[in-house]
Design a binder for this molecule. Structure first.
Ligand code: F6P
Length: 338
């Protein structure tokens, strides 16, 4: 007989898998713990046995795989980082490494995976399914917000709030000294953090990899403004084509030798800290729906939320489709900063 808990509203029970595992992989992101919690608690709800793999794909190869229960995820929702640890595994890129990982999963009777991470995480899960047929559902976890198939990734909201907070603080000292600051934020290949933290922080100019030759354009307006405004804030995405914040500051200094400029690279501070409410809620929804999908036989997909609806996107598409920045925001920001 079916567990009566299972038939309540949200969850319909298909029982395709009985034993699953969850892991985090790639760069950590605030909210990953909330997602792990949701995966474990939803598994309990569905009467599935759930295991935690420590250290991502590397942990799978090293058999660092342990049973989890509802109580193993108590009191973690408020913390950044990931209780399961994370890694970027070189060994998993080799067929031998993946074979070892498969054998270890088999030895635990694991029939499905929930992987939390970014592009590399999805690529690993896709390859693993192709080779060994282990069904996987991905939850987008990266502060960069650069994954297709979801409006927002886990950790992004916290990261932009952290960056905005830092910009506010730098603004005080910039104002006090009449200085120009170039603040570098993360975003290896994308400008989502820079654009949104820049808007929230009232930056005079934003440099992102999705746009070309911003320097001349931004400086044209800076020149006009600097007659009335003594200090300025510029936000630079780590992946900006014209160079890092130090390169842009150097270019600026040679154009305006009388200005006093400084550079702040925010770095990994953006990856840590208490996840915001938005990230916790997003992570909880994604984790719960990833497990639900596995019980329904859905696999090879990333779960996401678009326009507040849960959607599933094939790994292939989530990996290769480019999530563009919001062009309307870019144009609006241009108007607001002039
Ligand atoms: O992928 C997220 C990210 O935060 C990038 O923006 C950044 O380039 C990268 O991780 C740095 O990661 P790590 O220092 O862990 O290699």
């Amino acid at each position: 007989m079916q567990n009566p808990r299972i038939n309540r509203g949200f969850f319909i029970y298909f029982e395709v898998v009985k034993r699953i595992a969850v892991f985090t992989s790639g760069g950590d992101a605030p909210g990953m713990n909330a997602c792990i919690r949701a995966v474990v608690r939803a598994s309990v709800h569905f009467n599935l046995e759930v295991f935690g793999i420590h250290g991502g794909y590397q942990g799978m190869i090293e058999n660092d795989i342990h049973p989890m229960s509802a109580s193993s995820v108590a009191n973690i929702i408020q913390y950044g980082g990931t209780i399961l640890k994370t890694a970027r595994s070189k060994d998993f890129m080799s067929p031998e490494g993946r074979k070892k990982a498969y054998e270890n999963l088999q030895s635990h009777g694991i029939e499905g995976l929930v992987c939390i991470g970014g592009n590399g995480t999805y690529t690993g899960a896709m390859k693993f399914y192709e080779e060994f047929g282990i069904p996987a559902v991905g939850c987008p976890g990266t502060i960069d917000n650069d994954l297709a198939g979801t409006d927002y990734t886990i950790g992004y909201d916290t990261a932009i709030n952290t960056a905005m907070d830092a910009i506010d603080k730098i603004r005080d000292t910039a104002d006090a000294h009449n200085r120009v600051f170039f603040i570098e934020v993360m975003g290896r290949h994308s400008g989502h953090i820079a654009l949104n933290a820049g808007i929230a922080g009232g930056a005079e100019g934003i440099f992102i990899p999705e746009k070309e030759n911003e320097f001349e354009e931004i400086m044209k307006f800076y020149e006009q403004k600097s007659r009335t405004k003594q200090f300025s804030i510029f936000v630079v995405a780590e992946g900006e084509q014209e160079g890092h914040a130090f390169d842009i500051a150097k270019k600026f200094q040679s154009k305006f030798p009388d200005c006093d400029s400084r550079v702040t690279v925010l770095g990994h501070i953006q990856r840590g800290g208490k996840p915001t409410a938005n990230d916790r809620i997003l992570a909880s929804r994604l984790g719960a729906h990833a497990v639900k999908a596995l019980t329904e036989g859905i696999k090879g997909v990333a779960v996401g939320i678009i326009n507040n609806e849960v959607v599933f996107t094939p790994f292939q598409q989530a990996i290769y489709d480019k999530k563009d920045i919001n062009q309307k925001l870019w144009i609006m920001n241009d108007i607001l900063t002039r």
